[in-house]
Design a protein around this ligand. Structure first.
Ligand code: C5P
Length: 232
């Protein structure tokens, strides 16, 4: 299991400060950094380069959850892949199989193309709110989205830890699961509805855990990262 730290702080300076602090740990494990809407819209590709400049071994996950018509999604995916420094990005599985296949087709010739994940159900949904949008229960629909993504040649999914094992059983053990909504040691769930702690994530054979607020809102982020790494 790998740790992916969510860089969702209000300014680039604070995100960089957090990463520099974490970098003091001299980590040997693969450490991932997640750059989402807020940071990327504000700080762009330059910010990605700044992160790599801190430690070239950091892996970058660009969490933009692409959702549009197939050609537009594929164009965006191609641009991301051509940055040359993004190791993983994501699309919405609800954009459909044609969109996912078009994305994979478009980036397949890019050398060392990034890993591509598809978002199944956002972890902020509870079942009632999910049903109101998709007219189906979360676990049933998440499984269907995962199979669609798998059949489209996508590398894995973003899902809740509660669905990870089930998704692997109906796709493949190698099909990557990346799970937000992780509260490593039972911290406050905030707006997340389907949370999981480290032990549960391990039992569910999660490949990547995404942790944001429990790290960056802590008074000692470096220590929290250290404790997580020691427990995975
Ligand atoms: O602070 P917290 O640990 O809840 O952060 C979770 C991160 O994962 C946020 O950046 C959020 O946008 C992202 N995310 C999520 N649920 C998804 C996909 C991404 O919470 N399904």
């Amino acid at each position: 299991m790998k740790l992916c730290i969510s860089l969702d702080l209000p300014t680039a300076k604070e995100n960089i400060q957090l990463v520099k602090e974490v970098n003091k740990l001299n980590i040997n494990d693969e450490l991932w950094l997640k750059v989402g809407f807020r940071s990327f819209i504000r700080d762009g590709q330059e910010f990605l380069e700044e992160l790599k400049a801190i430690n070239n071994n950091f892996k970058l996950f660009l969490d933009l959850k692409l959702y549009d018509i197939p050609n537009t999604m594929a164009d965006a995916a191609f641009e991301i892949a051509n940055f040359g420094i993004v190791d993983m990005f994501n699309v919405h599985a609800s954009a459909g199989q044609i969109a996912m296949k078009t994305v994979m087709q478009r980036i397949k010739a890019v050398p060392n193309r990034p890993i591509v994940l598809a978002v199944t159900a956002l972890t902020s949904f509870d079942n009632d709110n999910f049903r109101a949008v998709y007219n189906e229960d979360i676990d049933t629909k998440a499984r269907k989205f995962a199979i669609d993504a798998y059949d489209s040649g996508i590398d894995g999914v973003v899902c809740s830890a509660h669905e990870s094992k089930d998704i692997k059983s109906c796709t493949s053990d190698d099909f990557i699961t990346l799970c937000p909504g992780i509260r490593p040691f039972g911290e406050d769930s905030q707006d997340q509805k389907r949370v999981a702690d480290l032990n549960f994530a391990k039992e569910e054979i999660v490949d990547f855990i995404v942790v944001g607020r429990p790290i960056y809102k802590s008074i000692e982020p470096k220590e929290v990262v250290n404790k997580i790494l020691n427990n995975i």
